[in-house]
Design a protein around this ligand. Sequence first.
Ligand SMILES: Cc1cc2nc3c(=O)[nH]c(=O)nc-3n(C[C@H](O)[C@H](O)[C@H](O)COP(=O)(O)OP(=O)(O)OC[C@H]3O[C@@H](n4cnc5c(N)ncnc54)[C@H](O)[C@@H]3O)c2cc1C
Length: 476
Amino acid sequence: MNDYITVIGGGLAGSEAAYQIAQKGIKVKLYEMKPKKFSPAHSNNNLAEIVCSNSFKSNLITNACGLLKQELRLLDSLLINIADKTSVPAGQALAVDREKFSQLVTEELKNNPNIEIINTEVGTEGLHIKEMSQNGIVIVATGPLTSDDLAKEIIELTGDEGLHFYDAAAPIVEKDSIDMNIAFWGDRYDQERAKNEDIDEWKKRIEGINEADYINLPMNKEEYEKFVNELVNAEVVELHKFEKREIFEGCMPIEVMAKRGLDTLRFGPLKPVGFTDPRTGFRPYAVVQLRQDNEEGTIYNIVGFQTNLKFGEQKRVFSMIPGLENADFAKYGVMHRNTYINSPELLDATYNFKKNNNIFFAGQITGVEGYVESISSGLVAGINACLRFEELKNITDSNQTNINNFKSKKLKIFDIHTMIGALAKYISTENKKFQPMNANFGILPELSEKIKDKKDRYMKLSERSLEKFNVSNILQ
Ligand SMILES: Cc1cc2nc3c(=O)[nH]c(=O)nc-3n(C[C@H](O)[C@H](O)[C@H](O)COP(=O)(O)OP(=O)(O)OC[C@H]3O[C@@H](n4cnc5c(N)ncnc54)[C@H](O)[C@@H]3O)c2cc1C
């Protein structure tokens, strides 16, 4: 068996994973294709390049990404430590001097005696994941713009449905923030069946339901028209040059659909047919549906609302929907180029690949979304790759040499009450409509007590997470 662990991709996740492994005294071969080859978004020669905004989001622990960063600090994350060191003034956010950040990460890894950096593209030149994982452990952390040759290999490994190249996701809201005095439960077909029932009987029947597939938000004519008018005039995100318009064929942004005519949405995703608003006893003019998004039912996505609107505009315009006036958005909708695998099918909560346990995935390619989230998955995959390495070393020392079929017994799953653990759980839990996910409070298990005030609730959730960081407690 190899006496090192291979990490493919020296971005945010791969750099963090390499550091975590080296810290355990294990050798790392880190393959990075730059500067020989650049993705369409990368341009400097250093590792851990920040491709867009220089912000790592809020530092407050009443913010989900702030909590994630705090957890990473407690776990000795190299990249968050360097982000702190290279921070620039940005109010409550942690923003970095991007050049200094990447330069410091590169120097740290270059000077580490356990790390060898090899500037070659994997997927070419005789370097292939399959062979690399025959005799050792491999972490694939090649990011949202994984090179084409390697993407082909990943499709071979994961199967045809295993890899997505674009992400067209609708916004997700926290269930607790939906006004349930306006909303009603039920699916279209259930209501179709109920059509002939006495309205009072029907109301009684649905009153206790809170496990139906959909939460429905009815709109009257005036509300609908006002909403559509704002939607078609809202500001959209400028696409990067490499994100061609064609990628959205077959998956049209809601604002583009709305521009086709005032009634288009009412005959599309906001179709009211088959619904009766329990408040009026009549069919609404339009209905917005929300579908459960996680196992616990704490977050819901807005069905058919994949969008390119700027985040601020999503908050403004979608909060006009009756029932969402005070909605907390766990995640905003996005439509962008994004290579990611179907993790709920393919990975477990340690980021280990179920079809070949010698392979781990880390970073945005696993369906975590964002800089800090990518770092977090790199840290978890790195720690677990080390644990498997030690186990494999023991079995090869005792001459049981078939390392490929060996099932690790000692991998560590992070507590699901922590943001790191909740993200790992989210990406590895069955989900037929899997979309990448960023850190948000909606993916944490609910508190045992109901706390109405949002700030207080988030503070309690953060405190509960950080309590787990008596480091002996953090791992389940
Ligand atoms: C255009 C764009 C803008 C984004 N903006 C933001 C933002 O503002 N805020 C935010 O939080 N997130 C943003 N993201 C999302 C995401 O958080 C970042 O892409 C983040 O860098 C992901 O980290 P990663 O380690 O998974 O991938 P990366 O940081 O992209 O690292 C992957 C590395 O692998 C290398 N590589 C690829 N293929 C191979 C190969 N075959 N062999 C060897 N090396 C290879 C690449 O050169 C790269 O260095 C953006 C993504 C994109 C594409």
